[in-house]
Design a protein around this ligand. Structure first.
Ligand code: ARG
Length: 490
């Protein structure tokens, strides 16, 4: 669940708070005789979720007040009064203005406060707009900022990965496929295998931010705005890249929410895999990693325990993000054209997933930063059998086909298993029996450093290739030449 805000029930019933307090402030109701039931309000009110949109709702409302003046709907005086009133509302909200349970949503609350500040002229602000284009605009503005915050948090974690990787360039460890020992790699190469997925995530987040940066305001409820407002001016003032081309689509397009949720879920998935590696490597059986104290906890029963809770929570929380993504996609599937109230839940999913990610990212970065890598345990896990591929390559270099070499080395591995010894402990006669092209120099091929040093093709674990990789990673973390400036201040 997203963080719920406190709804100040006392102020709604407090007689001293003024006559208007008892009856609810609504943006609709003219055609209704009796008011809504409490059960309906409990279901329908979304203020506990959407309250956080208030800075963006004020920002777009100020721009709308100017647009209405430009369209000759408001006088300059009225427009200025509304702008000043919205500034006062912003100051009250920033100072902790309490929510009333009768506030249906953040737009209604701001409208109520604006009435309190400037009186009846506040009623003119909603001319030509609807909460449908309003909420879409506010959510997009919020999302554009969010993508920048996520980008930053991902970069911090990438920076830690890079720093740890640099210190592990000469540390060798097994690589694994199927969780079985495969071929020796450098510790840096393993750690950087978690850097690049995050780099792709940042590309996805940038694309999602671009999808969000399209202005729906000026679409009205569904059919467009009947007043000659300048949407181009609104776009520029609010910092959008483009304007929605179809008002029906504009009020119900939540593709950008789906794109952010997918990007966030991919980050969460990548974090869960990094966390899993660290957790396994931190077990006594592996012992490659020693956890610090800042992101671990003890056991209430077992005095010896130091549990990697932050990493376990990072691993687990990917499930919540995936749940939010699937819930949003399920909401969108089969939805009739245009705005439908189902869409109100988009923010629940968006906020829950991204709040979670913004907790998990710094905790993962912190947990990794305080990990100590036990390089002696990493290299102790290497065995000469892991150089079986190098042995086959040795024969290939001496003129054998790879298939033939694979078979010969397989026989040697079987023999070493039968005798319960390492490949290096087999006599040269065994090698000669397995394949005539084996010579005395075969034992050089069974060396981990040499195995690693041979893999210098780009993207491999050879020391030169890894240094180049580290350089590429450093370049990827450079800030872009013209960072997107944050949105116009409210
Ligand atoms: N709270 C609503 C939402 O988040 C605002 C839009 C309501 N529109 C309406 N026609 N009732 O979607």
């Amino acid at each position: 669940m997203p963080a719920m805000i406190d709804v100040d029930i006392a102020s709604a019933t407090d007689a001293t708070a003024g006559a208007a307090v008892g009856k609810s402030h609504k943006l609709w109701g003219g055609r209704f005789g009796a008011g809504p039931t409490p059960e309906f309000d409990a279901l329908n009110n979304s203020i506990s979720v959407d309250f956080r949109l208030w800075p963006y709702d004020i920002q777009l409302s100020k721009a709308w007040a100017v647009a209405l003046w430009g369209a000759n709907v408001l006088t300059l005086d009225e427009s200025k009064t509304l702008e000043r009133g919205l500034d006062a509302v912003r100051a009250r909200l920033a100072a902790g203005e309490p929510v009333r349970p009768s506030d249906e949503d953040v737009h209604t609350m701001i409208d109520r406060l604006l009435h309190e500040e400037v009186g009846d002229v506040a009623s003119k602000l909603h001319t030509g707009r609807s909460r449908n284009d309003q909420v879409a605009t506010a959510t997009r503005l919020w999302t554009m900022e969010l993508c920048q915050r996520l980008d930053h948090a991902v970069r911090v974690l990438q920076g830690v990965l890079l720093e740890q990787a640099e210190s592990l360039q000469t540390a060798l460890m097994p690589s694994y496929t199927h969780m079985q020992r495969a071929i020796p790699v450098s510790g840096a190469h393993w750690l950087l295998s978690h850097f690049w997925p995050l780099e792709r995530d940042r590309v996805r987040l940038r694309a999602a931010a671009k999808s969000a940066a399209v202005l729906p305001l000026g679409s009205g409820a569904v059919a467009g705005c009947a007043y000659p407002i300048s949407r181009v001016l609104l776009q520029g003032t609010l910092g959008f890249d483009a304007i929605t081309p179809n008002s029906i689509d504009a009020v119900s397009d939540r593709d950008f929410v789906a794109e952010v949720l997918f990007s966030a879920t991919m980050v969460g998935t990548h974090l869960s895999r990094l966390a899993e590696d660290l957790i396994i490597y931190g077990s006594s059986e592996f012992g490659f990693v020693q956890f610090g104290e800042g992101y671990t906890s003890g056991s209430s029963m077992m005095p010896q325990k130091r549990n990697p809770d932050a990493l376990e929570l990072a691993r687990g929380s990917a499930a919540r993000m995936l749940g939010n993504l699937t819930a949003l996609l399920a909401t969108l599937k089969g939805l009739p054209t245009s705005y439908n109230k189902d869409l109100q839940d988009d923010k629940r999913y968006l906020f829950d997933a991204t709040d979670t990610l913004l907790l998990v990212l710094p905790a993962t970065a912190g947990a990794l930063a305080e990990c100590r890598f036990r390089t002696e345990r990493m290299s102790a896990a290497l065995s000469s059998t892991m150089m079986a591929t190098d042995l086959a390559d040795y024969l290939v270099r001496k003129g054998a086909t790879f298939r033939e070499a694979h078979g010969a080395v397989g026989m040697l591995v079987r023999e070493s298993e039968r005798k319960g010894v390492e490949l290096t402990a087999l006599p040269i006669s065994s090698f000669a029996a397995a394949h005539p092209r084996f010579d005395e120099d075969v034992f050089d091929a069974l060396n981990a450093e040499r195995s690693v040093a041979q893999r210098e093709a780009e993207g491999g674990t050879g020391p030169v290739a890894v240094r180049a990789q580290i350089e590429m990673a450093r370049v990827a973390l450079q800030p872009p030449p013209t960072p997107r400036s944050s949105n116009v201040a409210v």
